[in-house]
Design a protein around this ligand. Structure first.
Ligand SMILES: Cc1ncc(COP(=O)(O)O)c(C=O)c1O
Length: 387
């Protein structure tokens, strides 16, 4: 079975994207900005209590930053380069958070000088750097999370700290003259188990209580990160169900004493808006009797599809060819044998799919352009058109 357009796009949305796609030579990404606007509206309607900080890393296109700025979004920033980009689009620094826990002292100072006053941390050394380079700023401490095996793109281990360490850091933040403001976590990107938020919110609640009861520190904010879904082959609950369940978890733990809630969606804001358009470069069989055909296309792991690493994300694939299908192996155009997108998970594509045919990669608006290499094997970075 190949992909049905209707499972992923409204007919008019697909028609809009296709009309743009027909004008260009592959490979490229088309992003439908109207869909991004709808994703923002859907999220803010589903989570009326939450403030949205768009995770710029998911797709840093100026067109999207400007659109989300006009809609009232705030922004989660990972580097001084993203900061310059977002400030350049006219976003004021009070709408920004420096969400990266790994940062140089001079970069902290740069954010501070530009007016940013909200910083994430998960280590003592970073906290001490913030206290020196960004005195008096608001601090939130990132927790390690569980349940990352149910996320398609986990963010485990590298970020966050244990509850004990978070407690120490919050107290130290106060002692260093910073404002201990809240707790953050990220349950892993494309998190398919909504229960992952439940256990983490409970951990956050115990920290809030302990700090209030024993240290007289009243935290004000929970940053619940990203993890909300895009529409890939492995289906998830819809966003409304995520919102209802997560709101219920929050109400169960915090009741009427609800802190400020921040969300940092990246993927769920832009993934569904994008279609990456590629062309079949070559097809082959490795032996006369081979059961599988190799399909080589003009995009790959190094031109935007790095999230196919370990076949983590399974993009819905669409072709205009139809008829009898067969299992295929799908690989990119570079001279690197890591550049195979799908080999274990067998996509089925039409037998008559041939050199020169287009293959459309649905749900590719997030983490594609920004991940693309700049000249691996001489190939230019992934082009993108924003409509
Ligand atoms: C700190 C932070 N916030 C938010 C996000 C966005 O997560 P997602 O794309 O799952 O929405 C990320 C992703 O890496 C992140 O590192």
């Amino acid at each position: 079975m190949t992909t049905d357009i209707e499972d992923y796009y409204l007919p008019e949305t697909f028609a809009r994207i296709k009309a743009e796609a027909d004008k260009h030579e592959t490979p490229f990404l088309v992003v439908d900005t109207q869909t991004v606007g709808q994703c923002y509206d859907e999220l803010t309607e589903a989570f009326p209590v939450a403030k949205v900080y768009y995770a710029v890393k998911a797709n840093p296109a100026p067109q999207l930053i400007s659109l989300l700025k006009d809609k009232g979004s705030n922004f989660d920033i990972a580097s001084i380069y993203e900061l310059d980009r977002v400030l350049g689009e006219g976003v004021s620094p009070d709408r920004l958070s420096y969400g990266n826990t790994i940062k140089k002292s001079k970069d902290i100072r740069y954010f501070y000088e530009k007016g940013v006053r909200l910083f994430a941390t998960d280590s003592e050394a970073d906290l001490r750097n913030i206290a020196k380079a960004a005195p008096g700023s608001k601090i939130y401490v990132r927790l390690l999370t569980e349940g990352t095996h149910t996320a398609d793109w986990p963010l485990s281990r590298k970020f966050g700290c244990s509850n004990d360490m978070a407690l120490d850091l919050i107290i130290l933040a106060r002692d260093l003259g910073l404002e201990p403001y809240g707790i953050s976590f990220h349950v892993g990107s494309q998190q398919r188990d909504i229960g992952a938020w439940d256990s983490t919110i409970a951990k956050v609640k115990s920290l809030f209580d302990r700090l209030s009861d024993e240290d007289n520190i009243k935290l004000k904010m929970i940053n619940m990160g990203g993890g909300f879904p895009g529409n890939y082959v492995m289906r998830t609950h819809d966003l409304k169900t995520y919102a209802e369940e997560i709101t219920r978890f929050l109400e169960e733990d915090f009741g009427d004493d609800m802190p400020e809630i921040i969300l940092e969606p990246g993927r769920s804001m832009v993934a569904n808006a994008g279609i990456l358009v590629s062309e079949v470069v070559l097809t082959s069989r490795k032996s006369r009797t081979s059961l599988h055909r190799w399909i080589y296309v003009d995009v790959g792991k190094f031109s935007g599809l790095i999230e196919t690493m370990d076949e983590a994300l399974k993009y819905p694939l669409y072709t205009e060819k139809n008829g009898e299908v067969e299992e295929v192996i799908i690989a990119g155009p570079t001279c690197d044998s890591a550049d195979i997108m799908y080999e274990d998970y067998k996509y089925e594509l039409p037998l008559n799919l041939a050199i020169g045919d287009r293959l459309y990669w649905f749900t590719t608006g997030a983490y594609t352009t920004s991940y693309s290499a700049i000249e691996f094997n001489g190939f230019p970075p992934l082009k993108a058109y924003y409509i």
